[in-house]
Design a protein around this ligand. Structure first.
Ligand code: PGA
Length: 258
């Protein structure tokens, strides 16, 4: 199965700066034998970028979130179907910054997943525990709850539209990365839950990305874990050189696993 290396720009870059960054990435892109490259820029740029960059290189685009509602009187919201109408194929849902700062509880995340699936989007569904939760030993229970709740209405045939991103909150933007063992342990756990809730085949074909201070210096070790299928990258996605070396690390790990 192909890896994913996805860059989440969060609220960074003006439109022209972003365009330059994409150009630089596109210029240095290796042949993508086994990695899908996705970039999630700020939403206002999405339609413009997807029109300008479509099919010129291997880069695909994602939104950083979408509305929990479908079309209607919801001032300021943009729906999942609006994203697909702009040529966007992917959406990140349930990022910890959305959960913690913008009131996205389990119900909201589930509604967003359902909207995105119905619109035909591929969902990068984030889960992750805070340091308190990890220290209290409840991290497996929390991840299980976050995922089982989000999957409530997702049918087995729709699981091909889901990629899970495990992002321990204590590792996001902190410079502290989960160790390769911690990442593998949680990724294995997630795959086992998917097997329990769906099928062996679904579990084997669902991609599980690691996110949280993933950078060129630690990517080789993390990406080479058997249940890690690439990364969701924040800070290191804002620089072409480091993002490209993460893509290289993904390609290398895939070659070694064959
Ligand atoms: P980081 O962010 O790589 O800057 O830690 C990851 C994320 O929030 O997706």
């Amino acid at each position: 199965m192909r890896n994913i290396v996805a860059g989440n720009w969060k609220s960074n870059k003006l439109i022209n700066e972003g365009q330059e960054l994409i150009n630089e990435i596109a210029k240095g892109l290796p042949s993508l034998d086994s990695t899908d490259v996705i970039i999630a820029p700020p939403t206002p740029y999405l339609a413009h970028y997807s029109r300008n960059f479509v099919a010129t290189n291997g880069i695909q685009f994602a939104a950083q979130q979408c509305s929990a509602n479908s079309m209607g009187a919801h001032t300021g919201e943009f729906t999942a179907s609006m994203l697909t109408s702009c040529g966007i194929q992917h959406v990140i849902i349930g990022h910890s910054e959305r959960r913690d700062r913008f009131g996205e509880n389990l119900d909201v995340v589930r509604a967003k997943v359902n909207e995105a699936i119905a619109a035909g989007l591929h969902v990068l569904l984030c889960c992750g525990e805070s340091l308190d939760v990890r220290e209290s030993g409840n991290h497996f229970d929390l991840i299980s709850t976050q995922l089982s709740d989000a999957f409530q209405q997702v049918k087995v045939a729709q699981m091909s539209q889901i990629t899970v991103a495990y992002e321990p909150v204590w590792a996001i933007g902190t410079g502290v990365t989960a160790s390769a063992e911690q990442a593998q342990e949680m990724h294995r756990f997630i795959r086992e839950r998917i097997e329990e809730w769906y099928t062996v085949k679904t579990a084997e074909s669902t991609r599980i990305l690691y996110g949280g201070s993933c950078k060129p210096s630690n990517a080789n070790e993390i990406f080479s874990q058997p249940d890690v299928n690439g990364g969701l990258i924040g800070g290191a996605a804002l620089d072409a050189k480091s993002f490209l070396s993460l893509i290289e690390a993904s390609e290398t790990s895939q070659k070694h696993s064959q």
